[in-house]
Ligand binder design. Structure first.
Ligand code: NAD
Ligand code: MG
Length: 415
């Protein structure tokens, strides 16, 4: 994945000795600025103002929140995905934008043109779902580093995203905390000596619920994540462990691993984010508090660490207990389905992701019971799991068909 040291050449921060000319700040485009990752990125940008500069921001429709960010950081390029919200902003006139700022087109087009800004060094894609795929491919195609939070993109089209990075020599810097942790543990290691990558999972909102109660789990219950404050979709994915399922697939793509080399384990404290096991049986782990500012700042500043972090690290002044338990595929069928999709290959991971996305949206809208999420995903995979995925067009077609099938299953009572 890592292919060059271009970011040092471009002037990555840190290390400039006294009297040396100040290095240029790294210029960041942030897609999905108003969400949970967006908020944490803003905290990182505030803490690293002398190393990072925000040059472009995009959101779905929360224009007020987007404008606040743009004004705070003097951002010159904005995009709003939803047409009506973008039109309202345009109608409000140039006065509401920071001085000299430009509002780009709505839809994917605007996200893409932000990803292609000539001045951008790194594009952080933190758009929920797969709307960030084209902008991610555009950024890599233009040789810009991609800081990637949106795991769904790699599950949908991992091979294509990696190929785009290989062609231009740009880097994919994982922002998902477990993958960022693996990335850190793999620095200086021989890939062929990696036996297994083990991702930790908090166990989500239902970790300690008796299994028989899961049938009555409601939206408010699923949104009570024990350790992390995140957007609603990923919080539900944590409760079903689909989040870990998606992350296993993401890890296989990012680190070129076989399905059998990717495992998940329950770790209730969310302090150890991964374990990397090597051929000699030794394991490396990465530890930090459960806050996304840590992986975000690592990805944006990489290869530097940029002085003080956005927030304090772990305190070892008190007792710190770390507990690990096997993840039970019987209790969490979305984990089993992810493993099966990975083993099946082709478009199966994309189908898993698409069916899950539809089912989670239906659960959040109270159109599907909690256990219906796994039922809809399993039935969609059973109906079309062997679909091929030779080219991006085929994957996108499978994605579309899986969404339509999952919708029909939801409408028909959740499989
Ligand atoms: P969120 O729902 O809080 O925010 C999503 C953001 O994306 C918002 O800014 C929204 O305006 C924007 N957005 C949605 N659709 C868009 C579109 N079509 N065009 C432009 N912008 C759009 O979600 P989140 O929790 O921040 O998660 C974002 C991504 O990061 C997801 O893919 C998630 O899996 C991944 N991720 C999140 C966390 C976390 O801690 N929140 C951790 C790891 C990975
Ligand atoms: Mg994660």
């Amino acid at each position: 994945m890592e292919s060059s040291t271009r970011s040092e050449e471009r002037g990555a921060p840190g290390g400039a000795g006294e009297g040396a000319a100040p290095r240029r700040r790294k210029r960041v485009v942030l897609l999905g600025a108003t969400g949970s990752i967006g908020e944490n990125t803003v905290r990182v940008l505030r803490a690293h103002g002398s190393e990072l500069e925000l040059v472009g921001v995009a959101a779905h429709s929360r224009t007020r929140a987007l404008l606040e960010i743009a004004r705070e950081f003097g951002v010159r390029h904005l995009a709003v995905f939803e047409e009506r919200a973008a039109a309202e902003l345009r109608a409000a006139g140039a006065g509401v934008l920071p001085a000299g700022a430009i509002l780009h087109a709505p839809g994917v087009e605007g996200l893409e043109s932000l990803a292609l800004l000539p001045e951008a060094d790194v594009v952080l894609v933190a758009v929920v779902g797969t709307a960030g795929l084209r902008p991610a491919l555009a950024a890599l195609g233009a040789g810009k580093d991609l800081a990637l939070a949106s795991k769904e993109i790699l599950v949908l089209a991992g091979a294509h995203v990696l190929a785009a990075a290989r062609r231009s020599g740009a880097r994919i810097l994982p922002v998902d905390s477990e993958h960022n942790a693996v990335f850190q543990c793999l620095q200086g290691q021989e890939r062929r000596e990696v036996r297994r990558v083990i991702l930790t999972a908090s166990g989500g909102a239902f970790r300690d619920w008796p299994e028989e109660r899961l049938a009555e789990a409601r939206v408010a219950d699923a949104l009570k994540h024990p350790n992390w404050a995140m957007g609603p979709k990923i919080t539900v994915d944590s409760a079903t462990l689909a989040n870990k399922g998606l992350e296993l697939i993401e890890a296989a793509v990012l680190f070129d691993l076989r399905p059998a080399q990717c495992a998940a384990i329950i770790h209730p404290q969310s302090i150890v984010h991964c374990l990397v096991e090597f051929c000699d049986g030794a394991m490396l782990a990465q530890l930090c508090p459960p806050s996304m500012t840590f992986p975000i700042q690592h990805a944006l500043l990489y290869p530097a660490r940029g002085g003080r972090g956005a927030e304090a690290g772990l305190s070892l002044d008190r007792v710190l207990g770390l507990e690990f338990r096997p993840a039970d595929e019987g209790r969490f069928p979305m984990l089993r389905l992810a493993r099966e999709a990975m083993e099946r290959g082709g478009a199966a991971p994309a189908i898993y992701n698409a069916a899950n996305e539809v089912a989670v949206a239906a659960f959040l809208a109270e159109r599907l019971p909690f256990l219906g999420i796994a039922r809809v995903t399993e039935a969609t995979l059973a109906a079309m799991g062997a679909a091929p995925a030779a080219g991006l067009a085929e994957v996108l077609a499978a994605d579309g068909e899986a969404r339509a099938r999952a919708e029909r299953l939801v409408a028909g009572g959740g499989a």
